[in-house]
Design a protein. Structure first.
Length: 215
């Protein structure tokens, strides 16, 4: 069958050579930035280092990310994406709300534990940085996390035949806000890292129980 026939039959066309090259370049930049930020921390990494590690020129690098902050946001966005996927899988498998919700935000907390500088810069850039595609994606990822929490709590409420009471979306917003403040407290040294997983689960269990009327 010709490529035209395949497209007409609904078969997605394979990416062309130009697109494959772009995807490969993006992958190499992403992997280089991820590795260097993890090994050295944000302040110690330069865009020239990332370009050399990815085997691309500086001009090419800046076509994929305008500056170092965008490179970091690009890397951290992917962690949020993976966390949301894991949390929803746990919810579908019948896991508790606390288990699923903690899984949703676990990549951020793990990054805060192992890469506190990177996490602080990411938060600052997402909240106050300049407009750009990766910042817009980051804000979208955060909305996805909240929507994932709504999904988790809706499944829980339906499976327990909870009727009336608090609005699930408002509950999800409150849970997200509490978890975000826990992240800030962790970065300030106000929460012991070893105690964090249990503290998070306990907080989520309490909030869900009180606000959905099951506690």
């Amino acid at each position: 069958m010709s490529s035209t026939g395949a497209a007409a039959a609904g078969t997605p066309a394979a990416p062309g050579r130009r697109e494959r090259k772009k995807q490969d370049t993006h992958r190499r930049i992403f992997e280089a930035a991820d590795r260097l930020f993890f090994q050295k921390g944000y302040a110690a990494v330069t865009t020239q280092e990332v370009a050399e590690a990815a085997d691309v020129g500086a001009g090419t690098l800046f076509r994929y990310a305008r500056n170092k902050a965008e490179l970091l946001i690009m890397v951290m966005n992917d962690r949020l994406r993976l966390g949301a996927q894991r949390g929803l899988v746990i919810a579908r498998q019948g896991g508790s709300p606390s288990e699923a919700i903690v899984s949703l935000v676990e990549p951020l907390f793990q990054a805060a534990l192992s890469q506190p500088e990177n996490t602080a810069v990411y938060q600052r850039e997402v909240l106050f940085g300049g407009d750009g595609p990766y910042r817009a994606e980051a804000l979208g990822r955060i909305r996805e996390l909240e929507e994932a929490m709504v999904t988790v709590l809706t499944r829980y409420a339906e499976s327990h035949e909870i009727r009336g009471g608090a609005d699930v979306r408002r509950v999800a917003g409150a849970v997200f806000s509490v978890l975000y403040m826990k992240l800030v407290r962790l970065e300030l040294g106000r929460v012991a890292p070893a105690e964090l997983p249990q503290v998070l689960r306990s907080d989520v269990d309490y909030l869900v129980g009180q606000m959905l009327g099951t506690g």
